[in-house]
Design a protein around this ligand. Sequence first.
Ligand SMILES: [Cu+2]
Length: 249
Amino acid sequence: MVKSLRYVSIVGGLVFGVMTGTLWESRVVKADAYKEIEVKDGGAIVGMVKYDGDIPALKVLKVDKDEQTCGHENKHSDELIINGESKGIKNVVVSLVDIAAGKKAETNASAVLDQKECVFIPHVLAVSAGTSVDLLNSDNVMHNLHSWSIKNPGFNEGVSGGGKMTKKFDIPEVIKITCDVHKWMSSFIVVKANPYFAVTDENGRFKIENVPTGSYKIEAWQEKLGKKTGDVVVKPNEEATADFVYTKK
Ligand SMILES: [Cu+2]
């Protein structure tokens, strides 16, 4: 059985701040680098992130530029997408915060953030630290990529129609990405210190696999609703459940 090391100080050391609408955090503990090991008889964590309360109406974003490409109708905001039936919340990043060692981070996997019909796809992209992300423009109009990063090198560059740029993200951080050409366009790249994370699907469900046996702190992050934490115990070759409920603010 793998003995899990817990760093309570990581949780205690989180300092939160809100700056230009972007949630950022500064970690006091930096020395506890994640270690890649072979995971034998790991377990999985599954769960659902749910909304409790009346589902708020989707915010309408005014499309007032490049309508031939972006569409003649206004767009709905992706900032809080709740399934009408299951009340599951889409695009919530669920992650383990205090895991010291585990599976290899897939930093070579191709991560893509596209701009298509003047919308970022996906709206929330989670990657392991050290991942290079391809930032695409699938439209025939000029877009811009503006990263509101604090720890990673920031950028604010135009990308022409059909163009692409690649940026590497080395430091764990929540980064808001906007296109300053089209004010309604926004997305997030969430850079994680370890590979134990998932983004919820349209039913609010997630699955994190190949987790070493042990007890962990698990965290959910949603751009409008903030963070929630819980505890989860993972047993060999079993599925543990971790559900989260956000109540109306
Ligand atoms: Cu744009």
